[in-house]
Design a protein around this ligand. Structure first.
Ligand code: NAX
Ligand code: K
Length: 569
């Protein structure tokens, strides 16, 4: 599990160690230089550090200090290092180490009484990179972004720092682009909330100290961090202070409901499904297939009834009453259930919500809000969820969701659906109703808001999926390829979430925070199934569902979970 701590928690953990004289910056800089050495060896044709051209962008705080110390270590290993000082001051220790190691320093920065380096800009303003800086950046093998770390004021980069970021070659049109390593965080990104205000240099790798910060896991900033490499510098972080986490395979294996030797299908969990309509049966097939293939004990699929069906049933019931014959004859499956049965003959068809017991529900995928018959079934599921039955509510169920649900209910909107749901409840930003762009700019903020308003666990679908559950516990999963943004993909995810809720229904009711972990686990397995179905290529939603058994088996085998057991804690 990857866990992020807020910058305040990290600072609080650093304080006693700094007071005791622990060399935290030396540890950080050493680990940073080791990662840079690895990258230079991997990326340079010469496969070595000697002669590599490294540019250090150094701000005036300790983040710049880390970068300058790392630059000094690289220079001592034979790299040609140029440091560009972007702040009104420079980290004195870092600058001294860099100069002593032979780093070329560019910048108009006063250190003590001395002015060091060359003028950066063509004018005295100093907020335009000059030709020396531009040449260094154009020829760099690797750029270290040490402009700002957790000391960022969150308003986006200013002045020369901003101009330097803009001057780093982006490689567009097939041109040269250096490897970019962010020091602690990509400079100027929202350290604690993942917001991106202004230009941020996109990193290939972020080497982060003490613990990952929330912004490294939260979109949109997480999309600029590249691979996150956490470095242990000896901090003791508060046990309860986790802001955001990311599940890994072993965590998911430990959560997955695995049957024991004596388990039977009812005890293993029955999922009731109200997805798809006669007109659009696909979502019913996909959600059901996903639930079955994710390993649920049984699916009870609620068939669609139109008004004529209901009238016939009423007449039939009246006739039976007259004959005093209580046994209802089995009703033939309608066209929707027939389509679902053709794909998944394991499914049991029910005539209505409430016909037969279920441990959890999946409802709303592929249900048109304008379809009155199917909507009645969805509304019945929402009512059951309100009464305490775990449920995943998707697409056509979302607008029936109001406040007062519990975290045992998982909502699965995408950004547009979440925006609509929030706007319908009067949520505004900048004086206008929340829209899709607002949700995409601050997905964590709005997912938390939806959780606060509904009481439900909120799974916000996207390239990075966020799950906010009881107490604001947040999981961020980025496990799938971009190809997963395809029709029907959300129906499959709803089926997997439903399977997990049904398989661990009692635990979900007992532990309010569990539904969020299960929803995050579903997102991980869904993403991995897409990779597994077509590595590197386009993928269909049904292929994702079909890849589920192999992915779950891999997880359970590779991550050391026992082969047979009952539901784990
Ligand atoms: N305190 C320590 O000994 C340690 C600190 N560490 C490093 O120190 C960093 C935190 O250092 P600081 O607290 O000095 O702060 P930072 O170095 O992160 O940021 C402060 C500097 O950034 C400038 N700045 C802030 N917002 C800006 C903006 N929007 N545009 C341009 N410049 C801006 C400030 O003027 C100041 O020069 C961590 O991120 C980490 O890299 C690590 O070395 C671990 C140990
Ligand atoms: K940085």
């Amino acid at each position: 599990m990857l866990r992020a701590w807020s910058s305040a928690d990290v600072r609080a953990a650093e304080a006693p160690l700094l007071a005791a004289g622990e060399p935290l910056m030396d540890r950080a800089a050493f680990a940073l230089h080791v990662e840079v050495v690895r990258l230079l060896r991997a990326h340079r044709r010469e496969r070595r550090v000697h002669g590599a051209r490294v540019v250090v962008l150094a701000g005036g705080g300790a983040n710049g200090g880390d970068a300058l110390h790392a630059g000094a270590l690289l220079a001592r290993r034979g790299a040609a290092v140029t440091a560009v000082l972007a702040g009104e001051r420079a980290h004195a220790g870092g600058l001294a180490a860099a100069r002593a190691a032979g780093v070329r320093v560019l910048g108009d920065v006063a250190v003590g009484d001395a002015v060091v380096g060359d003028a950066v800009g063509p004018d005295d303003e100093g907020d335009e990179p000059g030709p020396l800086v531009c040449d260094a950046l154009a020829g760099a093998d690797l750029v270290l972004d040490g402009l700002v770390g957790i000391g960022s004021d969150g308003s986006g980069l200013r002045g020369l720092a901003r101009a330097l970021v803009a001057a780093v070659p982006t490689g567009t049109g097939g041109g040269h682009r250096p490897v970019v390593v962010a020091v602690d965080v990509p400079s100027g990104s929202g350290v604690d909330d993942g917001r991106v205000a202004g230009d941020v240099l996109r990193a290939d790798v972020t080497v982060t100290f003490g613990a990952p910060k929330p912004g490294l896991l939260l979109p949109p900033a997480s999309g600029l961090a590249g691979q996150v490499v956490p470095v242990d510098i000896g901090l003791t972080l508060p046990a309860g202070g986790v802001a955001v986490g990311r599940l890994e395979g072993a965590d998911v294996a430990a959560l997955w409901p695995v049957p024991g030797a004596t388990s039977q299908k009812y005890a293993r969990g029955v999922l009731g499904v109200v997805c798809g309509t006669t007109r659009y049966p696909g979502a019913g097939v996909l959600a059901t297939s996903a639930a079955v293939l994710a390993g649920v004990g049984m699916v009870r699929f609620v068939d669609e009834r139109d008004e004529r069906d209901e009238r016939d049933e009423r007449d039939e019931r009246d006739e039976r009453d007259e004959r005093e014959d209580p046994a209802a004859p089995p009703r033939p499956a309608g066209p929707l259930a027939t389509a679902v049965l053709a794909a998944r003959p394991e499914v049991v068809v029910a005539g209505a919500v409430g016909d037969g017991r279920v441990q959890a529900w999946a409802a709303g995928s592929g249900v048109d809000p304008a379809d009155p018959a199917r909507r009645r079934d969805v509304a019945a599921v929402v009512a059951a969820a309100r009464d305490g039955v775990p449920a995943v509510l998707d697409a056509g169920a979302l607008d029936l969701v109001t406040e007062g649900l519990g975290a045992h209910v998982v909502l699965t909107p995408h950004a547009g659906e979440l925006a609509r749901w929030l706007a319908d409840r009067g949520e505004r930003v900048g004086g206008v109703p929340v829209d899709r762009d607002a949700v995409e700019a601050e997905p964590w903020r709005w997912a938390r808001r939806a959780h606060d308003l509904s009481g439900a666990t909120v799974l916000l679908k996207g390239a990075t999926t966020l799950v906010v559950g009881a107490g604001g516990s947040t999981w961020s999963q980025a496990d799938g390829p971009a190809w997963l943004a395809t029709a029907g993909s959300g129906d499959v995810l709803a089926g997997v979430v439903g399977a997990l809720l049904a398989g661990r229904a009692e635990d979900v009711v007992a532990d309010p925070a569990l539904a969020a972990r299960l929803a995050a686990a579903a997102a991980l397995v869904h993403g991995r199934a897409a990779h597994h179905a077509t590595p590197g290529g386009p993928v269909s939603a049904l292929a994702v569902a079909h890849a589920l058994p192999a992915v779950v088996a891999d997880l359970l085998a590779q991550d050391g979970a026992p082969a047979v057991r009952d539901c784990p804690a």
